[in-house]
Design a protein around this ligand. Structure first.
Ligand code: B16
Ligand code: MG
Length: 219
């Protein structure tokens, strides 16, 4: 049986991806760069500073100064933090709360593995913090997904081996990070972007049970 579940936050447990997109779009507009929905997919799971660098590259804008990069990243984050100021339990994605409760009842260890520096704030606002044995957020990692660091920190803190972990992710970079950590993967996606990479793909966490995952992934 699997002993630990490691969840991504944005796009798996909470519906905050739209606020990231809106905030990046607002900053990009100011810089005269248009970002498409397809480009936005490539920002999912990517750290704030790396997301900014990608957007600048798409717009052929060169900024060398670290200070200016930080200023722009701060502008985006201020817009984002404003957007999420009033979020609550309603932002929790379908099936997520019930699945966390099922995992807890089965004594499966639960960690967060998020690239977001705002993860703890979001867990509090959505009342999800109580379900987690350990939380890894973007303040605790040096390397962005697809690097496996974020999930390996969670694994070590939970005291389990990688083959006993399932990672739940909505981003390609996150699935790649989990695979690099030798963990099994459940993709959460309403399009086909994760189908070729993840072990299993669902549109959300509705109707999934721990017993079903053991059966499918241990076969
Ligand atoms: P912040 P996740 C990621 O969260 C988001 O998917 C990504 O869009 C965002 O840029 C990143 O967190 C950093 O977030 O600016 O709040 O530190 O999907 O890994 O939970
Ligand atoms: Mg995500």
């Amino acid at each position: 049986k699997f002993e630990a579940y490691i969840f991504d936050l944005d796009g798996v447990l909470v519906d905050t991806a739209i606020y990231h997109y809106e905030a990046w779009k607002e900053l990009a507009d100011k810089l005269g760069i248009a970002i498409t929905i397809a480009q936005n997919e490539k920002l999912k799971g990517i750290s704030r500073i790396d997301s900014l660098k990608k957007i600048l590259a798409w717009g052929n804008v060169t900024i060398e100064s670290e200070k200016e990069l930080k200023r722009l990243a701060d502008i985006k984050n201020n817009i984002y933090v404003n957007r999420i100021e009033h979020i609550n339990e309603e932002e929790v994605l379908p099936g997520a709360l019930d699945f966390l409760k099922q995992a807890k009842a089965k004594h499966i260890k639960i960690a967060l593995g998020s690239a977001s520096r705002n993860a703890k704030l979001i867990l509090q606002k959505t009342q999800l913090a109580q379900y987690f044995d350990y939380v890894v957020d973007g303040n605790m990692t040096q390397l962005s997904k697809p690097n496996p660091e974020v999930f390996q920190i969670a694994q070590k803190a939970l005291g389990v081996t990688a083959d006993k972990c399932i990672v739940f992710e909505d981003a390609l970079a996150g699935i790649q990070a989990a695979k690099a950590a030798n963990m099994r993967t459940v993709g959460i996606s309403d399009n086909n972007t994760l189908l070729e990479e993840a072990d299993l793909v669902f549109t959300d966490l509705t109707n999934i049970t721990p017993a079903f995952l053991d059966k499918k992934l241990l076969a």
